[in-house]
Design a binder for this molecule. Sequence first.
Ligand SMILES: [Zn+2]
Length: 425
Amino acid sequence: MIIDKNTKNNQLKIINNQLLRIAFLFWLLILGGCVERQLTTPTTQMDAEPQFWVRVLLLDDVKSCRLKFDSPFCIINSRTQNISAHFDKPNAVTKAEIFNAKITIANYAITDNKTVILPEAPYIFNLNGNDYRGKLQFIINPDGHSFDVINLVPIEPYLAGVVGAEMYSYWEPEALKAQAIAARTYCLYIKKRFGSRRCWDIRKTQANQAYRGVKAESPNIWNAVNKTYGQVLVCRQTDGTEDIFPAYYSSSCGGHTENSKYVFGDSFEPLVGVPCPYCKNVAKPGFFFWPMAKFDKADVTNSLLRRYPKLKQLGKIKGIVPVRQSDYKGFSRLTLVKLVGSTGKSDSIRAEDLRLTIDPTGRKLKSTICKILNMGNQWAFLSGRGYGHGVGMCQCGAEGMARQGKKAGQILAYYYPHSKIVRIY
Ligand SMILES: [Zn+2]
């Protein structure tokens, strides 16, 4: 076929236009997908007993926040259960603001920390652009100038927002199930241990476990939560009884998990270290072996003194010396270091605390399996491997085991030896 130059140019233009149109349609689809939330399941357990709810600290010490409700909502006094106000205009964006110990929301004034906001079905509210299930509570701080925002949410929907934030939803179903059981156990333990002393049970960050609400959910994630409904891990306690324990977990252990007593200072039979040949091929590049991380010495001193005022007597930190480490085949995890100061005084600190003080996100200084080098004005951390504190289940390792056909129960038995799964509701 003979095609002249003009015909060829016209054909190219048509193809280009078609490509542009297809790209535009794709863009619309992606944008639509991002904006429109697809609820994979209704909010379950809304009628559960109080012990099966968890109070998640969503915002800390804020002066205002943005709110939107998909459905009508009411304001209830949790002490009397009386409805103080009812709002039947859904989808309107409103602002909660504090002034002189009074929070105003949609022209209604909240002056009582017992006030709870309950959206009607599907029991979803949007806080600063993120959707969460359950109820909402404001806690006015004693100074009257700021408040905390707490999400009261039944445990199972809470877990859907955790499992999807802690693992990729495309990971193996058995790894996701192991994650759901570990997260359920951890959450109930933290609630039991610390909840009675404060207005909330757990943080939404990695300081406890990541919780991203509805946007972390997917059918795979809900499947893992539902298939493990009410299941937790228990172990023998010092008094001989069986109970839950802090089922810690971290991203990638680097080849061996760590004994909890050297990292968090608590001892439970399942929280001893185990070898982990499973995470190496699952962890993303740069996470199993990570590149050298450098920090200015002045910044390191400042961060340490801010977080630990008792270190002020040391002056400038001139030396960081390993004191205790767990040795494995070919590598070791620092667990205790000595800080030597310019005044000649020294003090010891857990290596994991040092890591998270220097780099609170932990993204650069990924673990304490590393060597510390004194480099002029900087501290360099090199030969690093693993991501996270290394205690309990290795998440990448759990995925590695699941890829080899292991079940959730086998994964948990491996990373938490001497534990067993029981169903508590
Ligand atoms: Zn591992």
